[in-house]
Design a protein around this ligand. Structure first.
Ligand SMILES: *[C@@H]1O[C@H](CO)[C@@H](O)[C@H](O)[C@H]1NC(C)=O
Ligand SMILES: *[C@@H]1O[C@H](CO)[C@@H](O)[C@H](O)[C@H]1NC(C)=O
Length: 225
């Protein structure tokens, strides 16, 4: 690029890179325009992210987070729990395009099918044995059983799950290329939204009688997940 000779190929290459650059920045959170921007979660103005806390008020504590140390409580119908380490819990992540969750599993527990609209996920199993699977937009299912130390990747936006298929408890740490990846959890999205999706939409979608929908709603309904 520093060459001044500018052969047609170099020019074409430079133009291609320039044209592709803005596209690549759409694949994750936008790049920050400063070293950091610790979120001021009390700010009343609304922007794409959070406004920055004044630098004079920033301390070391803003860049460290202990929230993922503790095992989550898995006493719920899914036998799993997600502990979030996103910008809402850890304001130092604001604008940096990265975050991390911890997911704990009871024996047999499942992190039910869900997707992250704003991030690709890359996780490592820390303890136990997990079946990790996702489905592509072509409806192809990819999966593998992973043990401690093994990693997985879930391409952005694709529906995926993890299920504890080992003998004991399991947990995984999962990183995201967004400070707030978001989660669309299939069972709660479809059966426990507020207000509810009308039953006729669900009976027609799944080709079942209303009792089946009511039964699912009664089980999923109480879940805050
Ligand atoms: C937000 O408000 C709470 C409660 O008033 C306060 O403890 C906290 O320090 C404030 N945070 C920021 C970033 O100003
Ligand atoms: C875990 O959650 C269940 C259900 O909400 C509750 O009854 C139980 O006390 C919790 N256990 C711990 C150790 O917090």
């Amino acid at each position: 690029m520093a060459s001044s000779s500018g052969s047609p190929y170099q020019l074409l290459f430079s133009l291609t890179v320039l044209l592709l650059l803005p596209l690549s920045s759409l694949s994750a959170d936008p790049d920050p325009l400063q070293d950091f921007c610790v979120a001021d979660r009390n700010a009343t103005i609304s922007v794409n992210g959070f406004p920055c806390k004044p630098i004079s008020q920033v301390t070391s504590e803003d860049f460290f987070f202990s929230g993922l140390m503790k095992e989550g409580n898995t006493s719920n119908i899914f036998g799993s729990t997600v502990t979030l380490g996103n910008v809402l819990e850890f304001p130092g992540l604001n604008t940096l395009g990265i975050s991390m969750n911890r997911v704990d599993f009871a024996p047999g527990g499942i992190n039910p099918p869900h997707s992250h609209p704003r991030a690709t996920e890359s996780g490592v199993v820390i303890q136990g044995k997990l079946l990790v699977g996702f489905v592509t937009t072509n409806n192809v299912y990819y999966s593998k059983v992973l043990s401690a130390g093994q990693m997985f990747v879930i391409p952005r936006g694709l529906v995926h799950f993890q299920r504890n298929v080992g003998e004991g408890k399991a947990f995984t740490l999962a990183a995201f290329n967004s400070h707030l990846p978001g989660a669309v959890v299939a069972p709660t999205t479809l059966f426990a939204s507020t207000p509810s999706i009308p039953n006729e939409v669900l009976t027609q979608t799944f080709q079942v009688e209303e009792e089946v929908i009511n039964s699912i709603k009664s089980k999923i309904g109480g879940t805050i997940y």
